[in-house]
Design a protein around this ligand. Structure first.
Ligand code: FAD
Length: 435
């Protein structure tokens, strides 16, 4: 059965992108330095690693550098950051298997606590055929490391069968399997904003992903959180390099993302401890263990991390205080924008509001209106004409009116009852949407 790996998918996307990006695998970062006297103050040293050019070394002079170089990050070391946290790693056996089973929830995300044979996490794979099994192999010590590393796929299958008993598990094919170890660790900052003299400076070198935080597999969040780091840093670098934002915006990257990683690790530690515990025996509560209902509730909470809606940025340069939270009680300030099905007035097409926004570096302004639309009209008039208007102040006079802010109106009425020509012109520049 053909299984397309994630790296292949992403590489393909890069290759077909407007920039026609191709990674160069034959360069290794060995050093990153800052020279403030240079217009391009970040100097990255990269020796070639392919045998034909082993003696060659490339130096890149740049304004900013981002180290996405994984858990053994060289970039992290050069900016003086250290991963701190668990002293020992935890081992996992993971396999994507095609299995025949009478376990009824094989098509659902499931956490299974067996009485005495250990615990298992089941995650159905996209495509509908394969299922990923995560089997906890326990803590890795210097004494057991070699043995743990040699765990075979047969051993993982047998462990999964023991945990699932009395249900049967007949593994027909394993598309991929791995034994890996990970510790929950985090760096203090995700940038080099603290200089060697301890004073704060503009950050120029950043770390993202496993380079600054590593997690257990149980929240399934390593790659997700890493990509969210990349997105957070990406739009900010874009805004600064295109002259649309002050360089101080880049400070918010570490300020926002580091606490998110810390929260995830705290959550994941608790979750891992619960997963490792046996089920509580109601007749003998003194024996300890975790009540399955408690485990279930926590599992549902874990889903919020997987879906990316658990992130809540604290008040800071980009996130307001909760002073006006009562105006939108269902949408917590600092969390991700919630999507909803809408119908676009301009062409009557049903769509998801969240899918309308493209990652093009523009700010989004959503105006939710009641049916009278008086407040919407007043807001649009203010945005279009007032000298105080954030839209007018931020948009260069020679640029398109929606080049910095993308204004969308969301109306609480059927789209057939709205006439485009009755809406303020600033709503019609972008096609107005109505729920
Ligand atoms: C078995 C397994 C299962 C997992 N399952 C999940 C899951 O279900 N969900 C999830 O979200 N996450 C999962 N993860 C975690 C996820 O894979 C990582 O969190 C994610 O890959 C981190 O991405 P990254 O880009 O930060 O680092 P990496 O993917 O480690 O990439 C770092 C890259 O930098 C390169 N590099 C390193 N040093 C240098 C250098 N000095 N110079 C040049 N290049 C360098 C490396 O070769 C590598 O290509 C899993 C991990 C493992 C091992």
């Amino acid at each position: 059965m053909p299984v397309r790996s994630q790296p292949a998918y992403l590489l393909d996307l890069m290759r077909r992108s407007a920039q026609r990006l191709e990674p160069d695998y034959d360069l290794e970062v060995v050093d990153v330095k800052r020279d403030e006297s240079d217009e391009y103050p970040v100097h990255v040293t990269l020796p070639r690693t392919d045998s034909a050019r082993l003696s060659q070394e490339v130096t890149v002079r740049t304004r900013y550098a981002a180290g996405c170089d994984g858990a053994r990050s060289r970039v992290r070391a050069t900016i003086g950051q250290m991963l701190a946290g668990d002293t020992a790693n935890h081992a996992w056996g993971v396999m994507d298997a095609l299995a025949v089973t009478d376990f009824p929830d094989i098509r659902l995300k499931a956490a299974i606590q067996s009485a005495s044979k250990g615990n298992l996490l089941i995650i159905p794979r996209e495509g509908g055929y394969l299922v990923r099994f995560y089997v906890d192999l326990g803590e890795v010590t210097p004494e057991n490391r070699d043995t743990v590393k040699q765990t075979t796929v047969e051993c993982i299958i047998q462990t999964a069968q023991r945990i699932l008993h009395p249900y049967s598990l007949d593994v027909k094919e394993v598309a991929w399997f791995s034994v890996y170890e990970v510790g929950q660790r985090l760096t203090e900052r995700f940038d080099d904003a603290i200089g060697v003299d301890g004073a704060m400076r503009e950050p120029r070198v950043f770390s993202a992903g496993d380079a600054c935080h590593t997690h257990s597999a149980k929240a399934g969040q390593g790659m997700n959180v890493s990509m969210q780091d990349g997105f957070n840093l990406g739009w900010k670098l874009g805004a600064v390099l295109q002259g649309r934002s002050d360089a101080s915006l880049l400070r918010t990257y570490s300020d926002e993302r580091q606490p998110v990683a810390q929260e995830l690790i705290d959550f994941d530690k608790e979750w891992s401890a619960m997963m490792a515990a046996p089920p509580k025996d109601r007749n003998h509560p003194e024996a300890g263990g975790v009540d399955p209902a408690e485990l279930q509730a926590y599992f549902v909470r874990a889903g919020r991390y997987t879906a990316g809606v658990a992130t809540r940025y604290r008040p800071g340069a980009l996130t307001g205080e909760a002073t006006h939270q009562s105006l939108a009680s269902g949408f917590t300030i600092g969390t991700r924008f919630h999507s909803s099905p809408v119908v676009r007035i301009a062409d009557a097409r049903p769509m998801h509001l969240g899918h309308v926004a493209r990652a093009d570096g523009r700010w989004r302004l959503y105006a939710f209106s009641d049916t009278s639309r008086n407040a919407l009209e007043a807001l649009c008039e203010h945005l279009a004409t007032s000298p105080e208007s954030v839209l007018r102040r931020a948009t260069p006079s020679d640029a398109d009116a929606d080049s910095v802010f993308d204004l969308r109106a969301v109306l609480q009425m059927p789209h057939r009852e709205v006439r485009l020509e009755d809406l303020h012109a600033s709503c019609c520049r972008a096609k107005a949407d109505t729920a």
